[in-house]
Design a protein around this ligand. Structure first.
Ligand code: COS
Length: 380
């Protein structure tokens, strides 16, 4: 056992922390209010290597481990969870998916540009009637010889409009159920591909979430990822890693809110002393610090499992479940500690509370994580 981070890990964490404070903090409230995508900031994230952290340097990535990724996502999420979800989707769903299962030609064509942030990607699994029950894909990819004919609708797609490359899950052989599903790389601009209106969301409002429509889109066969019918396994394996990213996002949202509440409690006075000196507040801070530390260890353990090539679907699900539930509790308490100030935008904690909610929902709800975990512990 060694709980110490390496020098390199600490450098990455500090670089992410500086970037978040210097580049993400300015304008974060306005971007949230106006639902403004952080275009300039995402460009800089690409230049600094945050969009392809774990990708092999030969494809333009940083060649870093998952622990570095967790540390960076936590730091960005403390300040701006919209920026960190853009980062998480690009890294752990899109880049990882193509690097792990794509062909050399797909890596040359797409991964290099995705890893450097020249373009960003989206992962398209959810549909109006298929979110948690992901096997029930209504989007179809009919095999037409040298291409697939893609038809259907995808919902709540992160990076929905800003992405250039979309990994789309669709059913090719309905009689084979989930074993007939494929994953296709779809490019923005392909005929028949329409981006729907932007969702007006409760939180992570700086990220752009859209529905997508595919009307007879011809997707070349060479854009299929893996063998025919590999799409559902592709989605599950990719989401298993994605969940480590979202767990770290939840961790960051919670620790951002906690740090603000801690500082505020040491400044604000009531009944003749700082409110942190009242046990009612001090105990809240104690609980918050403990829960955050527990979530951090779960995130780092899942990252460690992934880096050491052990199974991480269980530890990733545990990290996501705990971190997401914890983030909701901690952000509510952070607003409470701030009192009336917590309820207004200038103090950031109300935004973090709204942002926390989505971590209990996307990339598998808390209830789905419990399915994964209970099957794991019961050996099913
Ligand atoms: N890695 C690889 N394969 C996996 C897997 C994983 N982590 N989890 C499941 N699979 C495979 C199974 O091995 C099975 O394959 P075979 O039948 O070929 O052996 C297949 O997927 C179906 O598995 P299962 O029968 O367990 O499917 P269920 O419908 O019972 O559901 C859950 C499995 C609930 C875990 C899955 O549907 C899920 O994760 N749903 C949530 C999806 C999600 O995250 N949605 C959010 C959208 S992205 S924002």
């Amino acid at each position: 056992m060694n709980f110490n981070l390496t020098e390199e890990h600490l450098m990455i964490r500090d670089a992410a922390r500086d970037f978040a404070r210097n580049e993400l903090l300015p304008g974060v409230i306005e971007r949230d209010e106006k639902q403004k995508f952080p275009t300039e900031q995402v460009k800089k994230m690409g230049e600094l290597g945050f969009l392809g952290m774990m990708v092999d340097p030969k494809y333009g990535g940083g060649g870093m481990d998952t622990i570095s990724y967790v540390l960076a996502i936590e730091e960005l999420s403390k300040i701006d969870a919209s920026a960190s979800v853009i980062m998480s989707v690009n890294n752990s769903l899109v880049c990882w998916g193509i690097e792990t299962f794509g062909t050399e030609a797909q890596k040359e064509k797409y991964l290099k540009r995705l890893a450097t942030g020249e373009i960003i990607g989206a992962f398209c699994l959810s549909e109006p009637e298929a979110g948690s029950d992901a096997t029930m894909q209504r989007t179809t990819a009919k095999d037409k010889g040298d291409y697939y004919l893609l038809n259907g609708t995808k919902n709540w797609i992160t990076n929905g409009n800003t992405a250039s490359v979309y990994l789309v899950i669709a059913q090719t052989h309905p009689e084979k159920k989930h074993r007939g599903i494929n994953a296709l790389i779809v490019e923005k601009g392909m005929d028949g591909f329409v981006v729907g209106p932007k969702e007006n969301k409760l939180g992570i409002r700086g990220s752009d979430t859209h529905s997508l429509q595919f009307n007879d889109v011809k997707v070349p066969k060479e854009n299929r990822i893996g063998e025919d019918g590999f799409g559902f396994t592709f989605a599950m394996k990719t989401l298993a890693g994605g969940r480590i990213g979202i767990a770290s996002q939840a961790l960051g949202i919670a620790s951002g809110a906690y740090e603000l509440a801690l500082k505020y409690s040491q400044q604000r006075k009531a009944f003749g002393r700082e409110i942190s000196k009242h046990q009612a507040i001090a105990f809240k801070l104690a609980d918050m610090a403990t829960e955050i530390e527990a979530a951090r260890f779960l995130c780092l353990k899942a990252a460690f499992d992934k880096d050491t090539k052990q199974d991480y679907s269980l530890s990733g699900a545990m990290a996501k479940l705990y971190a997401a539930e914890m983030a909701m509790r901690i952000t509510v308490e952070a607003v409470q500690i701030h009192g009336g100030y917590g309820y207004v935008k200038e103090y950031h904690v109300e935004r973090l509370m709204r942002d926390a909610k989505i971590t209990q929902i996307y990339e598998g709800t808390s209830e789905i994580q419990k399915i994964v975990i209970s099957r794991g512990v019961l050996g099913k």
